[in-house]
Design a protein around this ligand. Sequence first.
Ligand code: AKG
Ligand code: FE2
Length: 226
Amino acid sequence: MMLHIPGILTPDQVKYFREKMAAAEWVDGRASVGAQGAQVKQNRQLAEGSPLALELGNIVTRALTANPLFFSAVLPHRILPPYFNSYAGGEQYGLHIDGAVRVNSTNMQSMRADVSTTVFLSDPDEYDGGELTVMDTYGAHEVKLPAGDAIVYPSSSIHRVNPVTKGERVASFLWTQSMVRDDWKRSMLFDLDQNIQKLRGQIGDGDAVVGLTGHYHNLLRMWADM
Ligand SMILES: O=C(O)CCC(=O)C(=O)O
Ligand SMILES: [Fe+2]
């Protein structure tokens, strides 16, 4: 499932990020990728574990975990400290798949990457190209969102970032291990949860809504692993 989550960061937070990032040192983006990805990746990143990446990353993680849509769609168990990237002057990241297992450099804990997230930090009118293009059985989906908005998509999908031919595209990106590893089960739980919320708004907490809430939790009990 792909989901657009608006307003993860406020305009003031985006402004703060952009100021800090404009003054930061950048490293070759190939530092954080395997052999296949390195052949197609051309961008720059804040160094993994640098004080600025950790400071801004904490803000992103807190904003995501406090967001009810992110929680419902991703069911996060472990979140890797967010990364920050920049593409300009024709830079791109060709077709690739995100690695299945990542190590959290702050505590050396391994985790499975189930869900990939990009939080856009540039507005679409600041650059040409740079669409995040995610492939699934329904075709190719091009994503280019306002600054502060996020897209989540299964880490099992092949994807790319198109060349940025004008301006600069900066973003934060991260991986989450979900309590529910299977994308289809996660999207069924999301669908059920969202419809229960809608029903609660329409008819309140009657017997049927309590029963459906019980059903949601019993499915989660059956499928969650931690
Ligand atoms: O910049 C993005 O939106 C995604 C980057 C990406 O796919 C990656 O670093 O693996
Ligand atoms: Fe990727």
